[in-house]
Design a protein around this ligand. Structure first.
Ligand SMILES: [Fe+2]
Ligand SMILES: [Fe+2]
Length: 307
């Protein structure tokens, strides 16, 4: 159980089994993000998007821990070596995402202690469905939701300049790392689900549960954020956090979301954002990824202090 201080303990869902690993292309990238003194509205040019991304940060901790617990259970049943490799690669990436978002969220809680309630709420919410449902539900949930991530995160990456802008590069870089890796492992949840169940229509029907559950979680966090964060009138949810994205691309996103839920959908065939390749190349060259994205005007940007 994640402790109430927001620390991620070493636990079964994060442990890597010893012995010979099957081959996987998915990599564990440990990027030492730090967030001391981070502001809740970390991008004053786009407070609605800042609010939304903070919801994602809290949500990711509970969600990805849930995915890791379910996939660890699945690994005990999967016999296909390629699917097992994918499951382990997926789990170590998601565990790392959950850990790094915990560091971001812990810094926000330090500044606004009432936000601990939002962290507890998202963890409790995912513990609850883990306890109440079976493995097919959990893996169907993961496959349905992860299928939406490539169209959503591709849109965000391609419009990063108007969304992240010249906001705190530590926060922007955290999310852009996470979204690049989500696109990298875009097929994993489907491969894992198919290895044990392969029921496309079940997966398709799961989406309405997933959508309702995620929206409830986001609404709970929005209420707790507005109750506990005192950083001025900008601290409120907006109807459309992607409003800065041109309408044509928002419509393409809606079409992509619909397509992602079709029984025949294969995330492997998705169009990928070119910028993600440059992120991976820079990582391989050993660049500092903790402040990799500095916005459209990095020269004019004042780097955040710890104040
Ligand atoms: Fe993730
Ligand atoms: Fe993922």
């Amino acid at each position: 159980m994640l402790d109430k201080a927001g620390a991620v303990p070493r636990a079964a869902w994060i442990e890597i089994p010893s012995g010979v690993w099957p081959v996987t292309d998915l990599k564990l990238r440990k990027i030492p993000f730090e967030f001391s003194g981070v502001k809740f509205i970390w991008n004053p040019e786009n407070p609605g998007f800042s609010f939304f991304m903070n919801q994602v940060s809290f949500w990711a901790i509970g969600l990805e821990r849930y995915f890791c617990r379910a996939v660890a259970d699945a690994e005990r049943l999967i016999t296909d070596p390629a699917a097992l490799a994918e499951a382990r690669g997926f789990r170590i990436q998601e565990a790392q995402h959950s850990l790094r978002h915990t560091h971001h969220v812990r810094a926000l809680i330090e500044r606004h202690p009432g936000l601990q309630q939002a962290l507890d709420a998202t963890i409790d919410c995912y513990d609850d469905i883990y306890d109440r449902h079976d493995l097919k539900f959990h893996l169907g949930y993961a496959a349905a939701l992860e299928a939406t991530f490539t169209p959503v995160f591709r849109t965000i990456i391609e419009h990063r300049d108007v969304l992240f802008g010249n906001g705190d590069p530590r926060v922007s870089s955290l999310f852009l790392w996470h979204f690049c890796e989500e696109i990298e492992h875009r097929s994993s949840a489907l491969i894992i689900f198919n290895a044990l169940y392969g029921d496309s229509f079940y997966r398709m029907r799961m989406f309405r549960h997933v959508r309702r559950h995620v929206m409830q979680n986001f609404e709970t966090m929005a209420a707790l954020f507005t109750a506990h964060v005192d950083e001025g009138p900008a601290v409120r949810p907006v109807r459309n956090p992607l409003a800065a994205v041109p309408l044509r691309d928002r419509l393409k996103l809606q079409a992509g979301l619909l397509a992602s839920q079709m029984p025949w959908h294969n995330p492997e065939h998705e169009r990928l954002p070119v910028w993600a390749d440059s992120w991976f190349d820079s990582y391989e060259r050993g660049e500092d990824m903790t402040r990799f994205y500095r916005g459209p005007d990095p020269a004019g940007q004042a780097l955040p202090t710890n104040a």
